[in-house]
Write a protein that binds this ligand. Structure first.
Ligand code: SF4
Ligand code: SF4
Length: 222
């Protein structure tokens, strides 16, 4: 999932300082699962805003609405009535949802969360990065452990010289991604996979932002 966390209330209040009526827009997708921007968090933020502004003697009207996904035009349309009745929006979706809502909104849209990474939910209240969305997955070669996300230097072909006792040189609390890969491949009896050189990734942005078009799906719609 996309992992995000709520911005501090002070930051949100600063962004909406000039406005008297705002919409707090939530999303039932990833930000609900990571407890940053679902219906419950929309309610909490809306109450915090009302309370803070009322204490300052500068009351504000806060409308609340949460849709299935802010990264999907079909669901964004549900905001239309509320967006056209407010002066600004605070979106609690990930950075993708915030931008997509901003594209469709006649009023300013502000981020209510910081989008952090693509990660897994390890335990209650604990998430960890697992993927960089590199576009050419190599997990088949690395025992199902991502060298880009799990190695602090995103090394593709083995550890750097700083790996010690299974830990990364950046911190004794961080596992060396390549130690994890080695241990997993050994357990699977697949250490020979380490002999294969993984080519350098092409991180160039010469084609601009990435897009995905699946013709068979677009044809179905026509
Ligand atoms: S190699 Fe790593 S960053 Fe690339 S798609 Fe696979 S998990 Fe994601
Ligand atoms: S110690 Fe391991 S995880 Fe840390 S940067 Fe070096 S190879 Fe990557």
């Amino acid at each position: 999932m996309i992992v995000a966390e709520r911005k501090p209330i002070e930051k949100v209040l600063e962004m909406i300082a000039p406005y008297k009526k705002v919409l707090v827009a939530g999303c039932y997708g990833c930000v609900t699962v990571c407890l940053a921007g679902g219906e419950k968090e929309v309610g909490i933020l809306a109450s915090q805003i009302r309370l803070a502004r009322s204490k300052d003697g500068n009351p504000i009207e806060v409308v609340e609405q949460t849709v299935e996904r802010q990264c999907d035009a079909e669901y964004l349309a549900k905001f239309q009535d509320n967006v056209s009745s407010v002066e600004a929006v605070v979106s609690l979706a990930c950075g993708i949802g915030i931008q997509y809502l901003a594209e469709k909104s006649p009023v300013p849209v502000f981020p209510g969360v910081n989008t952090l990474f693509l990660g897994a939910n390890l335990d209650v209240g604990k998430w960890a990065e697992r993927c960089f969305a590199c576009g050419d997955c190599v997990l088949d070669k690395t025992g199902g452990i991502c060298p880009i996300a799990r190695c602090s230097k995103s090394l593709l072909n083995g550890p750097c010289g700083g790996s010690q006792y299974g830990k990364c040189e950046v911190s004794k609390d961080v596992d060396c991604g390549w130690q994890l890969i080695y241990d997993r491949l050994k357990a699977l009896g697949q250490l020979d996979k380490l002999k294969e050189i993984i080519p350098a990734k092409n991180w160039k942005r010469d084609k601009g932002p990435r897009t995905l078009v699946r013709e068979e799906l677009t044809l179905e719609r026509d």
